[in-house]
Design a protein around this ligand. Structure first.
Ligand SMILES: Nc1ncnc2c1ncn2[C@@H]1O[C@H](COP(=O)(O)OP(=O)(O)OP(=O)(O)O)[C@@H](O)[C@H]1O
Ligand SMILES: [Mg+2]
Length: 263
C-alpha cells in the first residue's frame, strides 16, 4: 500500500545504500582480445529498495550480479555492499539433493554462525515464511519446482543479509507458480525490509515486482534508462498500470535488441 512505500522512502533518506556500484566496467579475455561486457555502470540500491535489472540476453546482467555478490572483480570502478555479504539466488535452486529442505537451510544457518541448538527452530520459521511449513523433512526430489525455489529463497534468507541478489529465480517455473512466488516475494520483501536486486529479461515481471526498473543496453552493457514504478503494492501482473508501463519499457528493450542485431 502507498503508506508503506512512503515510510520506506522516508527511512532511506538517512540510511545510505545497500549497494553502491560506482563506474564499474568489466572485460573478459577472448580470442580477439578483451571484450568489454559492462561499461561504466553506476547504480545505487537504497536500503529496503527493490530494483529490477532488465536487458537482452547476453547484455551482462548476470555478470553485474556476480560482481555485486563478490564472485568476480570489476575491471574498473568499485562496488560496496556496506551491509555485508549479499545473499544470492539463481534460476537453478542449487539445493543439496542429499539433504532435506530443513537441512539445506540449516547449513546456511551454520555458515552464518547460528548455534546448533537454535538452527532447527530458525529453519522452521524460515520455511513458514515461504509458506512451506511441514516440508522440513522432505528431500529435494520430493518437492515441486516451485517448492524448491521456495526452499532456495528460505536458504537465501537464512543468510540474514541486508541485500538479496536474484538472477532470474523464477524463469524455469510455469506462469501460475511464478505468479504465486511473485506475491510471496513481495510479501517477504515488505515484511523483512531487505533490499533486492533482481535480474530478469521478463518486462512484466520487472514491473510487477520493482520500485525501480533499470534497463541495460547490450554490447557493452550500459544503463540505458530507468523507471520509477509508482504503482501501489500488492500488484498483479495483469494490472492495467503494470501492462501500460511494460509496453513502454518493451519498446525501449526492443530498440536495444534491434540496435545489436539480436533476437
Ligand atoms: N567468465 C566469463 N568469461 C568470458 N566471457 C564471459 C564470462 N561471463 C560472461 N561472459 C560473457 O559476457 C557477456 C554477458 O554475459 P551474462 O551472462 O552476464 O549475460 P546476461 O545478461 O546475464 O544474459 P542472459 O539473459 O542470457 O542470462 C556474454 O557475452 C558472455 O559470453
Ligand atoms: Mg544471465
Amino acid at each position: 500500500m502507498a503508506t508503506t512505500t512512503l515510510t520506506k522512502a522516508e527511512d532511506r533518506v538517512s540510511a545510505g545504500h545497500a549497494a553502491r556500484i560506482d563506474h564499474v566496467s568489466k572485460s573478459f579475455g577472448g580470442p580477439e582480445g578483451p571484450q568489454l561486457v559492462l561499461d561504466d555502470i553506476t547504480l545505487d540500491v537504497a536500503p529496503g529498495e527493490f530494483v529490477t535489472l532488465l536487458g537482452a540476453s547476453g547484455c551482462g546482467k548476470s555478470t553485474l550480479l556476480n560482481l555485486v555478490a563478490g564472485l568476480d572483480r570489476p575491471t574498473a570502478g568499485s562496488i560496496e555492499t556496506p551491509g555485508g555479504r549479499p545473499a544470492l539466488m539463481f534460476q537453478e535452486h542449487a539445493l543439496f539433493p542429499w539433504l532435506t529442505a530443513g537441512k539445506n537451510i540449516e547449513l546456511a544457518l551454520r555458515l552464518r554462525g547460528v548455534p546448533k541448538s537454535d538452527r532447527r527452530a530458525e529453519a522452521e520459521r524460515l520455511l513458514e515464511l515461504v509458506r512451506l511449513a511441514g516440508a522440513y523433512g522432505k528431500r529435494v526430489h520430493e518437492l515441486s519446482g516451485g517448492m524448491r525455489q521456495r526452499v532456495a529463497m528460505a536458504r537465501a534468507l537464512a543468510q540474514d543479509s541486508q541485500l538479496l541478489l536474484m538472477d532470474e529465480p523464477f524463469a524455469a517455473l510455469d506462469a501460475i507458480t511464478r505468479d504465486v512466488l511473485h506475491d510471496e516475494l513481495t510479501r517477504i520483501w515488505r515484511e523483512t525490509n531487505i533490499s533486492v536486486l533482481f535480474v530478469t529479461h521478463n518486462v512484466r515481471e520487472a514491473v510487477r515486482l520493482a520500485e525501480r526498473v533499470v534497463l541495460l543496453s547490450s554490447r557493452p552493457g550500459r544503463i540505458a534508462r530507468e523507471w520509477t514504478v509508482a504503482i501501489d503494492q500488492p500488484r498483479r501482473i495483469e494490472d492495467t498500470a503494470v501492462a501500460e508501463l511494460s509496453v513502454e519499457i518493451t519498446e525501449q528493450l526492443r530498440g536495444e535488441i534491434r540496435r545489436h542485431g539480436q533476437h
